[in-house]
Design a protein around this ligand. Sequence first.
Ligand code: TYD
Length: 202
Amino acid sequence: MNCNYLAFEGIDGSGKTTFIEEVSKELIKSNIGFKIVREPGGTKLGEGIRELLLSHDYRVDPTSEALLFSASRAQLIEEVVKPTIEKGEVVITDRSAYSSVAYQGVGRGLGYKEVYDLNDFAIKSFWPQKVILLDIDPEISLSRQKVADRIGSDQVSFFNKVREGYLELADEFSEKFLVLNAEDKQEENFTKVSKWLNLAKP
Ligand code: TYD
């Protein structure tokens, strides 16, 4: 394994969970200690913020939304991510600050750079080392979703913007992003992931 802080990114319904499970199995086989975290959430404070953000009960202005996501993230990085990495273990994160750049920055229109900078402050520049982006047409991913949270139940046009935001990030940070077509055969994608992360062959 050639990194210790790995993020999975993609629009709602892109299939991150399956990929995280596959990578976990490989790490167990290779005897590598790791922890899986999710954003928003992963700490007691973060899970409270998650409920505020994803419940259908609150009206959330885009700026409040960006600040709440970054608050949950600031807590997670200090309380869990850094200590885990300091112990010599790997952190696999289901979403990261890159989600905010794509969803709040581009999707909500708060600005790519503005939301990047807000998050850079929140996480004290502690960005994931590598990112696997599951790219997919929103029409397809949304039809896969069973129950949608407040953000996941937005319009296709919103997710098209989020997708563009992700592709812009992958372009700017091409050295740390692996972009997969989430509609390709899963096995082919898993092989690409294993090679890219230098995981042992099963
Ligand atoms: P998640 O629990 O990963 O849901 P899913 O499994 O559907 O991808 O994320 C919850 C929602 O929050 C999802 O719609 C994406 C959104 N989100 C943002 O808008 N900004 C962020 O910074 C993060 C972390 C998530």
